[in-house]
Write a protein that binds this ligand. Structure first.
Ligand code: FMN
Length: 161
């Protein structure tokens, strides 16, 4: 499902395989708090790399100041929701590069637990979080991909003795 959406981003076609698109220079910049968005970004990287694209995968927390989204054909910005907010390292980067991002083909990959369910209220909540992200960063992504995040009981403090 997600790969299909990624492929559509690259080709603007409804069908076909990723190998049909000519090689592109792709940036995947991600933020993660517990590692799930890194895994998702790595998965995207590996599939796009398999399809012979040139893919740069960067953790927003370690992004170099000179990194410029306009140097890429396609940019994926990925971040996860924590208390209805995305990672500050991602929102900071997007805020600094809002203008550049609006001049390239770019998509926002939003990772959340709300995306895992079918609750209408949760879906409305997600739209609000993305709208707030767009308002604070100044970048309104033309494409938003909602990806289901992970819920790991054992890792949460309230289950620890
Ligand atoms: C403290 C905390 C707060 C969270 N807040 C939200 C939230 O507001 N909305 C939501 O849909 N998911 C929420 N989640 C779920 C995360 O988005 C999900 O676990 C995601 O996989 C985390 O990605 P990461 O490992 O890249 O940080 C929350 C998770 C935690 C641990």
């Amino acid at each position: 499902m997600m790969l299909r959406a990624v492929w559509q981003m690259l080709s603007r076609q409804e069908t076909g395989s990723m190998h049909e698109a000519s090689a592109m220079n792709i940036l995947i910049l991600y933020g993660t708090t517990e590692g799930q968005t890194r895994k998702i970004a790595q998965f995207m990287h590996d599939r796009l790399d398999d399809a012979d694209h040139r893919v740069t995968l960067i953790d927003a927390a370690a992004a170099h100041g000179s990194l410029d989204p306009r140097a890429f054909d396609v940019v994926f910005i990925a971040a996860s929701l924590h208390m209805e907010r995305y990672q500050p390292a991602v929102t900071g980067f997007v805020h600094r590069h809002a203008n550049g991002l609006s001049h390239v083909k770019a998509a926002f990959v939003s990772v959340s637990l709300a995306a895992a369910g079918h609750d209408e209220e949760d879906k409305t909540g997600l739209q609000k979080c993305v709208a707030e992200f767009a308002r604070t960063t100044g970048w309104t992504p033309k494409t938003v991909l909602h990806v289901a995040g992970a819920f790991r009981f054992a890792q949460y403090d309230f289950f620890k003795s």
